[in-house]
Design a protein around this ligand. Structure first.
Ligand code: NAD
Length: 260
């Protein structure tokens, strides 16, 4: 379905981003990966799906590096048709104790990077299909873009901001083939969440298994994690013809978290 298209997924060396990259690759899209840590492993996983894969190591807190990544991505396999703004970090502390440097980093990586990548991706998307436009911008927000949890001020503020940005991007392109939507996962067991589980186990003096159960029980009625594969399938739907007129939604995959 996406053969010949190029998808750039930020923060895709791990977790949800890698899951979405693989789901788009399974539909035939060529993939540009980004993120820190092991690069060769994720690259091989995507290449094994039979598509072309490239990588750019831009630090998403740095607008000049984002600009460089967007230029690089467009030069690899043609323009960026699908942009998935996914890179994100977390820090947990009460506001009065929240390190200012962590606040700035979370706002930059989790929110401002989506603005920068979007503004740089839009012109080519708008020009596609003889000026009628074709493009998909998918912002990986969070259930914390819709509701809050204590001790996550920067993350909740950034994710609410991302949902606002999603709506504006959708509206400004509403008469074209460029759509923008957000995905709002509840708990997904990635390194980002494993750190929170481990901290909980230490704080409560319980096993990691017990801490995992408690983490889910507090927020997620299904008592199960959403998987990167499930989120990847939702991204594929947004990219499909059935997603042509889905504009500006914030779509939960949260095990009932916000139904309560
Ligand atoms: P993860 O830690 O597994 O992956 C984060 C990715 O972002 C990695 O590839 C990492 O290298 C990259 N990254 C971090 N800082 C970066 C930077 N400065 N520049 C470039 N890349 C950077 O985490 P994840 O759980 O897969 O999170 C992915 C997204 O999903 C985040 O935006 C997160 O807020 C969101 N999310 C996660 C959950 C969850 O439960 N795991 C729930 C809701 C939303």
């Amino acid at each position: 379905m996406l053969k010949g298209k190029t998808a750039l997924i930020t923060g895709s060396t791990s977790g949800i981003g890698l899951g979405i990259a693989k789901a788009l690759a399974q539909q035939g899209a060529n993939i540009v990966l980004n993120g820190f840590g092991d690069v060769e492993g994720p690259k091989a996983e995507v290449a094994a799906l039979g598509v072309k894969v490239a990588y750019h190591g831009a630090d998403m807190s740095k607008p000049a590096e984002i600009e460089d990544m967007m230029t690089y991505a467009a030069a690899q396999f043609g323009r960026v048709d699908i942009l998935v703004n996914n890179a994100g970090i977390q820090h947990v502390a009460r506001i009065e104790n929240f390190p200012v440097e962590r606040w700035d980093a979370i706002i930059a990586i989790n929110m401002s990077s989506a603005f920068h990548a979007t503004r740089l991706a839009l012109p080519a998307m708008q020009a596609a299909d003889n000026g009628k436009g074709w493009g998909r911008i998918i912002n990986v927000a969070s259930i914390h873009g819709l509701v809050a949890s204590a001790e996550k001020s920067a993350y909740v503020a950034a994710k609410h901001g991302v949902i606002g940005l999603t709506k504006v991007t959708a509206l400004e392109n509403a008469t074209s083939g460029v759509t923008c939507n957000a995905i709002c996962p509840g708990w997904v067991l990635t390194p980002l969440v494993q750190k929170q589980v481990d901290a909980k186990a230490v704080a409560l003096g319980v096993t990691v298994e017990e801490a995992t159960k408690q983490l889910l029980a507090e927020k997620e009625p299904s008592m199960q994690f959403t998987t990167p594969e499930e989120l990847g399938a939702l991204a594929v739907f947004f990219c499909s013809p059935a997603g042509n007129n889905v504009r500006g939604v914030a779509w939960n995959m949260d095990g009932g978290w916000t139904a309560q």
